[in-house]
Design a protein around this ligand. Structure first.
Ligand code: CP
Length: 317
């Protein structure tokens, strides 16, 4: 079966998930993002790659970083950007997702950037628009399934600070069970040949069979952090939890919150990452989040270039 993200020529048609994305496609996205970082550093504000194209941001779930950086990225590529306000759109009157898509397509949309609480919603849209090869769908986070541009910006950040994926130990810590960010990053790291990917968390917050993704599993954070090059902290996704999976946020912080003391177990030059939004005092201590090893805000900035790269490549550049 053909990869639904690639067209018949093996080119990226949609970005739905990092799972199954060929290594060369990931490298192309990261390299293209690097060239956009270079352009921005030379103070070039806009390039005409998406001039005349319309990018529709459809965020059926809250977002600060992803929605805003997609908008900035599309504008830097000279696209027209339409942010659909879901609360005041016809979705609030019961219009189906696919009817909304048909109507926006009739307004000459070229690209849909979709965040949805239901896993698979962007795949459904991509299948629905199959007959219109000029239309591209980008998954901006679907349920607990995938958040590919976050995974790509995490990979970009790791490559920026640590260069070679094939020499890295990366620890992903916390609520892996509900995390689309974790799943996307794990697929990205294993595709890029990272030899040591670790997941750390209580049994209740780790998916059953997670080791099948090619990771080592730790329930003891002190053990799991030892000697790693990068630590990716995850937010407790309370909104996705069905029933109590933890005694309390305070207990979670004691065992799995990243403090300076726990960070000292990683390599002396280990970096600290977090996709945001961050809950200080729950998964991460402020001293670490704001400390010299934190690259949390550079991750956000790299997200602009990575999203520019994805949209430029989808547009055939
Ligand atoms: N990392 C991330 O997806 O953040 P937002 O929810 O603010 O977009």
């Amino acid at each position: 079966m053909r990869n639904p993200q690639l067209n018949a020529h093996g080119e990226l048609q949609h970005l739905l998930t990092i799972e199954g994305l060929p290594r060369e496609v990931i490298v192309h996205i990261l390299d293209t993002a690097g060239s956009f970082v270079g352009i921005t550093e030379r103070d070039v504000k806009k390039v005409p790659i998406l001039r005349g194209k319309s990018v529709f941001n459809l965020f059926f779930e809250n977002s600060t970083r992803t929605r805003t950086t997609f908008e900035i990225a599309a504008k830097r590529l000279s696209a027209d950007v339409i942010n659909l306000n879901i609360n005041t759109s016809s979705a609030a009157k019961g219009e189906s997702l696919l009817d909304t898509i048909d109507n926006l397509s009739a307004m000459h949309a070229d690209m849909f950037v979709v965040r949805h609480a239901s896993s698979g919603a962007p795949h459904l849209i991509a299948r629905h628009v199959e007959a219109h090869p000029h239309l591209h769908v980008v998954n901006a986070g679907d349920g607990r399934h995938a958040h590919p541009t976050q995974g790509l910006l995490d990979l970009y950040t790791l490559r920026h600070y640590k260069q070679d994926f094939t020499r890295l130990s990366v620890a992903v810590v916390g609520d892996v069970l509900h995390s689309r960010v974790a799943r996307s990053l794990i697929h990205g790291l294993t595709t890029m040949g990272t030899p040591d990917v670790r997941v750390i968390g209580p049994k209740t917050l780790l998916p059953e069979g997670v080791e099948k993704l090619g990771v080592r599993v730790f329930n003891d954070m002190n053990e799991g952090l030892r000697g790693c090059d990068a630590i990716v902290m995850l937010r407790l996704q309370n909104e996705r939890m069905k029933g109590p999976l933890l005694p309390s946020a305070q207990e979670f912080f004691k065992s799995y919150g990243l403090t300076a003391e726990k960070l000292a177990l990683a390599k002396p030059d280990a970096i600290v990452m977090h996709p945001g939004p961050m809950n200080r005092g729950v998964e991460i201590d402020s001293a670490v989040a704001d400390g010299p090893r934190s690259v949390i805000l550079p991750q956000v900035t790299f997200g602009i270039a990575v999203r520019m790269a994805v949209m430029a490549i989808l547009a055939g550049q």
